[in-house]
Design a protein around this ligand. Structure first.
Ligand code: NAD
Length: 433
C-alpha cells in the first residue's frame, strides 16, 4: 500500500536526504492566484465577498457572519459531558505548560544610571483560525486560545468555517469550547476569506495584529500572502508524521500512528524511517488490516498511497537521524531502544514524541503540548504555537545624563564613521555649555 524507499548503502556524504524522502505535493505557489483573488475581494468588497465565498466553498448562505451572543453558552449547555470533561482536562494541561513558558522581562544594568530592559509585551488583538472543512477541530480552539490568554492578549477573535449541517453556524462543539474559555467574538468564516477578514478588518470584525492557527492549502496560502499586513505564526498546513523506528518497535502501534495522521487530509504525509526490513513488512501488513477498519478509508488510503508517504529503509539509526533531521517533520515519533537519547539529537521537528507510549494523537488532544505546528519542512526554521508566538519584546533604554556622558564620544565617533554627523550632534548638544 505504501511505497518503499531504500537508502541503505547510499553514499552518506553525497545523498540529499531532504530530496530523497517523500513530501506532500503541497504547492502554495500554485494556489497563490486563486487565494490572491479571494483576499483582494475581501479587502475591497468586504462582507459581500465573504458571503459569496461561503456560498461557493461551504455551500451555505450566512446573513450575519458574527455568531450571536448567547450561542456559545447555549452550545456549552448542550455539550456531551464526556466531551466537556476531555476539553477541561486538555485545557488544564495546556495551561500548566503555557504558564511555565511565560517569559519575563530581562533587565541589564550597564553601569550607574544605564539600564536596558527587554520587556515582554502581549500582542493587542489576535485572530485565531480553527479548521472545519474536513473535520471540526475543536482541539484547535484550545491550542490557539490558551497560549494567547496566558500571554495576556486583550482582544481575541476566532473564526471557523460555517457548517451546512448546522444552518451555516460554526460547529456547536467549537462554540462550546469557546464558551469554556470565555471567547465571545466568534465568526462563521472559513479558509482564505477568514484570514483576509482578520488581516483587513471587515464588518464587525476589527483588524487584528496577528493571525494564528492551522488550515488547508487556501488558509496557509492566505497567511503567506498577507504576512506583513498582519503577523502570522508558522505555516501550519496538512499534517505530517515521521516515525524513526528500529527492530524493537511494535508494528501495530507504528501502523496505527501512521493511519491516525493520514486521517486528517488526503494530502497528509506518513513516513516511517526504519533500520528493520522485518518491521517494514509487518507495518505494511498492519496497514492493510487497519486501514480498511477505519471510518475515513478513502482519505487515509489516498494519503498513504500518495507520493508524500512511504517507508524509508536505512542502514542504522545514525543515518535515520540524518534523514529525519533533513525531513523536519511536523510530528516525529521515536520508537527505538533508548528513545530519549535519539530524541535529544533531533534538531528539526515541530514536536517530538518519545517512546511507544507517546503517540501523536496524545499531542493532538491532551499531552499539554501544542498541536499547531510547522509543516512542509518549515520546522527547520519555525516553531509550533506557544505563548511566545503571542508576545513581542521591546527594548526600553533608560540612561541618565552621566551615563550618556560615559559613551558620548563613542557615539560621535561611530556616527562620523557612518557619515551621519547629525546623529553625533544629537548627543553633543546635550553637553554644550
Ligand atoms: P480549513 O478549515 O483550513 O479550510 C476549509 C475552508 O477552505 C472552507 O471553509 C472553504 O472556505 C475553503 N475552501 C474549500 N475549497 C476551496 C477552494 N476550492 N478554493 C478556495 N477555498 C476553498 O481546513 P480543512 O479543509 O478542514 O483542513 C484542515 C487542515 O489543517 C488539514 O490539512 C489538517 O491536516 C491541517 N491541520 C494542521 C495542523 C498543523 O498544526 N499543521 C493542525 C491541525 C490540522
Amino acid at each position: 500500500m505504501i511505497q518503499r524507499i531504500d537508502l541503505r548503502g547510499a553514499d552518506r556524504t553525497a545523498v540529499d536526504y531532504r530530496a530523497a524522502v517523500p513530501r506532500a505535493d503541497f504547492d502554495v505557489e500554485a494556489a497563490v492566484p486563486a487565494v490572491h483573488a479571494i483576499c483582494e475581494a475581501v479587502r475591497t468588497r468586504g462582507l459581500d465577498a465573504i458571503r459569496e465565498y461561503g456560498e461557493r466553498f461551504d455551500g451555505v448562505t450566512v446573513d450575519d457572519i458574527r455568531v450571536p451572543p448567547g450561542a456559545t453558552a447555549e452550545a456549552l449547555e448542550q455539550l456531551d459531558p464526556a466531551i466537556r470533561a476531555g476539553l477541561e482536562e486538555s485545557i488544564r494541561r495546556l495551561r500548566l505548560t503555557c504558564a511555565n513558558e511565560l517569559e519575563h522581562d530581562a533587565v541589564t544594568d550597564l553601569g550607574p544610571g544605564a539600564r536596558v530592559t527587554h520587556r515582554k509585551v502581549p500582542v493587542d488583538r489576535v485572530g485565531l483560525y480553527v479548521p472545519g472543512g474536513l473535520a471540526p477541530l475543536v482541539s484547535s480552539v484550545l491550542m490557539n486560545v490558551v497560549p494567547a490568554q496566558t500571554a495576556g492578549v486583550r482582544s481575541i477573535a476566532l473564526s471557523s468555517p460555517p457548517q451546512r449541517e448546522f444552518g451555516g453556524q460554526v460547529h456547536p462543539t467549537i462554540l462550546a469550547a469557546c464558551a469554556l474559555l470565555g471567547v465571545e467574538e466568534v465568526y462563521a468564516v472559513g479558509g482564505a476569506q477568514a484570514i483576509a477578514m482578520f488581516a483587513y478588518g471587515v464588518g464587525s470584525c476589527a483588524k487584528v495584529d496577528l493571525v494564528t492557527g492551522p488550515g488547508n492549502i487556501y488558509t496557509v496560502t492566505a497567511k503567506r500572502l498577507l504576512k506583513g499586513q498582519v503577523g502570522i505564526d508558522s505555516e501550519a498546513g496538512p499534517t505530517e508524521i515521521a516515525i524513526l523506528a528500529d527492530d524493537t518497535a511494535e508494528a501495530a502501534y507504528v501502523a496505527a500512528d501512521l493511519v491516525s495522521q493520514a486521517e486528517h487530509d488526503p494530502l497528509a504525509a506518513a513516513v516511517l524511517v526504519t533500520t528493520s526490513e522485518r518491521l517494514a513488512d509487518d507495518v505494511d501488513a498492519e496497514l492493510d488490516k487497519q486501514v480498511s477498519a477505519t471510518k475515513h478509508v478513502e482519505r487515509i488510503r489516498t494519503a498513504l498511497t500518495g507520493n508524500q508517504s512511504g517507508i524509508v529503509l536505512v542502514d542504522d539509526l545514525e543515518q535515520g537521524l540524518d534523514v529525519v533531521n533533513a525531513y523536519a517533520a511536523e510530528h516525529l515519533e521515536i520508537h527505538t531502544a533508548d528513545a530519549s537519547s535519539y530524541a535529544a539529537r533531533v534538531r528539526n521537528a515541530g514536536a517530538i514524541f518519545v517512546g511507544q507510549h507517546a503517540p501523536v494523537s496524545l499531542g493532538d488532544y491532551c499531552a499539554g503540548s501544542n498541536h499547531v505546528l510547522p509543516t512542509a519542512g518549515c520546522a527547520c526554521h519555525s516553531s509550533g504555537l506557544s505563548v511566545r508566538a503571542f508576545t513581542k519584546s521591546v527594548h526600553v533604554v533608560d540612561y541618565s545624563r552621566d551615563a550618556l556622558a560615559e559613551v558620548a564620544d563613542h557615539v560621535v565617533t561611530l556616527a562620523n564613521a557612518e557619515d551621519l554627523p547629525g546623529h553625533g550632534a544629537a548627543v553633543s548638544v546635550r553637553f554644550q555649555q
